[in-house]
Design a protein around this ligand. Sequence first.
Ligand SMILES: [Cu+2]
Length: 168
Amino acid sequence: MHLHKYEKIWLTFGIGSLLVFLIVLGVGAFYQGTQPPSCLVTIDPQNVEAHESFKEENLGVRQVGENEYVVNVLASAFNYNLGKDEEGNPVRTIRLPKGADVTFQATTTDVVHGFQIAGTNVNMMLEPGYISDYETTLDNSGEYTILCNEYCGVGHHQMSAVLEVYEP
Ligand SMILES: [Cu+2]
């Protein structure tokens, strides 16, 4: 089989690029231990209550330092469980002061859900069996919509909550 000179150059370049790509990927994955973000902590999706952060009384906003907060979120079709307010009603709006350092910790009890705070960089995929977390500083006050961006079933479009960032 006769190959044109340019074709040989192009094939060499193509196969070479593929090898470089596979070597970089292999070194990253097997030598440096690189994994997808926020899928490192596992949890039993059938028994999330066994994990301290996802006990009913620990859901929602928790202040852990002077200006540090943790928000524990339990997602299920088609709701974000953010705990209960004083009257025992489910919390639909979480309030945090501007400038706060916040860690969002979330997991799901059924299917894959999303956790995105529209207009910010907070955007996680929630997978059954894993705890996803995201650390951020809330730099701008305002009202943000928390929404699911992974199609999870017929009620997917109703799956939302609100984050209110207030001036301290
Ligand atoms: Cu959804």
